[in-house]
Design a protein around this ligand. Structure first.
Ligand SMILES: Cc1ncc(COP(=O)(O)O)c(C=O)c1O
Length: 393
């Protein structure tokens, strides 16, 4: 009866949610209440980086459960797992991003990053990209680059200007009033759009010229998904503030923003308590996240991403596929029509493969499996996709 209760008591975000009744999940598979097994090519929208219930993550969580849960609001007590997590993140980042603020979600980290940029620059204007997504709260929603999606929520933050992602001509809009330019390193909802050669460098250069900060949102592409720990490392650039989330948590809710000590200190004075949170840096969540980073490193999982991408691209050659956007294990099949995309997603579910959509690009079907997916599982999933596409000709 839980499906009926789901429709009765749990608020929905679409009229027709998938409604899969989940009974358990392990590795690259989710099982429904009837015991049917689904190969997961979505990973909770890029969040289950190590698959479902990775043994090391579960072990870390259990170890922490036996010590303590929530004991104090963010940033007052020394809680080893959160401190170790921040230190571990710093080991993958340049010195200018060595201090981390831990939050409960990606959106909340975006809000913190926006506040930090305002506080540091003493400016209030933001530049964001068309077709962007940075979260659903009112600050993050102000940055959202799809006008129709903001209908009914105005007035939002008034000083946001939108630029075309990958258009160098538009950088002229960044000026000495700009607090920060915020971009997804790889645009997610827009269709897994990767930055063109030198684009991010040009953005950074322009920001430096006018004293604006560059905030990169890596909530989706971060934590190994693109074949580097952070996607910006592929493009030879360093943001002033890096925002991460999703895949960091190993299946638990998390977000974080990283910056220099000099910038982050702004939250401490005039007034103090510049950004606060009860549960940010929760010890159980931090333990899970730390084990994600350690596992990615120790098992050299990120080194194998580009090989897995190549395999997917090699297998998914089909008349119905116009192109495959993205990089690493952040790939989007672009089909001819929305109808084709819906048919592929619905039919694959029936055949035991989980696929899903992107937010704004209705021709796209995401392939964002766990980073731990095996070549055998990739072949199995791609075969299902090809069979369905064959039937669509
Ligand atoms: C690029 C990007 N930014 C921000 C968010 C919001 O993160 P969360 O849902 O954890 O609040 C998402 C979530 O899909 C995202 O993909």
């Amino acid at each position: 009866m839980s499906l009926k209760d789901f429709h009765t008591y749990q608020a929905k975000t679409t009229p027709n949610p998938v409604g899969l009744e989940v009974s358990k999940a392990k590795g690259s598979y989710i099982y429904d209440s009837k015991g049917k097994k689904y190969l997961d090519f979505v990973a909770g929208i890029s969040a289950c980086s190590l698959g479902h219930r990775h043994p090391r993550v579960i072990k870390a969580i259990k170890k922490q459960l036996d010590k303590y849960l929530h004991v104090m609001v963010y940033g007052e007590y020394v809680q080893k797992s959160s401190v170790d997590l921040c230190k571990k993140l710093a080991s993958f980042l340049p010195k200018t991003l060595e201090v981390t603020f831990l939050t409960n979600s990606g959106t909340e980290a975006i809000e913190g990053a926006m506040k930090l940029a305002k506080r540091y620059t003493k400016r209030s204007k933001f530049i964001a990209a068309k077709n962007s997504y940075h979260g659903s709260t009112q600050g993050a929603l102000s940055l959202l680059g799809v006008k129709s999606q903001k209908k009914g929520y105005g007035p939002l933050l008034p000083k946001v200007t939108f630029i075309d992602f990958n258009n160098n001509m538009d950088l002229i809009k960044i000026n000495s009033d700009t607090a920060a330019v915020i971009l997804e390193t790889i645009q997610g909802g827009a269709g897994f759009i990767i930055p063109k050669l030198n684009y991010l460098q040009n953005v950074k250069k322009k920001c430096e010229e006018v004293g604006a900060l560059l905030i990169l949102d890596e909530i989706q592409p971060g934590i190994g998904r693109t074949g580097e720990m952070f996607a910006f490392q592929k493009y030879d650039i360093e943001p002033d503030i890096l925002v991460i989330g999703k895949g960091l948590g190993g299946g638990l809710p998390i977000g974080a923003f990283c910056s220099s000590r000099e910038k982050m200190e702004k939250f401490e004075y005039n007034p103090s308590l510049g950004h606060i949170s009860t549960f940010g840096g929760n010890p159980v969540v931090s333990s899970a996240a730390l084990s994600v980073l350690n596992t990615l490193e120790n098992e050299k999982i990120i080194n194998k991403i580009s090989e897995k991408e190549k395999l997917i691209r090699l297998l998914l050659i089909h008349k119905k596929i116009k192109k495959i956007n993205g990089t690493g294990l952040m790939l989007a099949i672009i089909l001819e029509s929305q109808e084709d995309a819906e048919r592929l997603v619905n039919e694959s579910m029936k055949r035991g493969l989980i696929l899903f959509y992107l937010l704004w690009n209705k021709l796209a079907v995401r392939i964002t499996p766990p980073l731990t997916i095996t070549n055998k599982e990739i072949k199995k999933g791609c075969k299902i996709i090809l069979n369905i596409l064959d039937e669509m000709i």
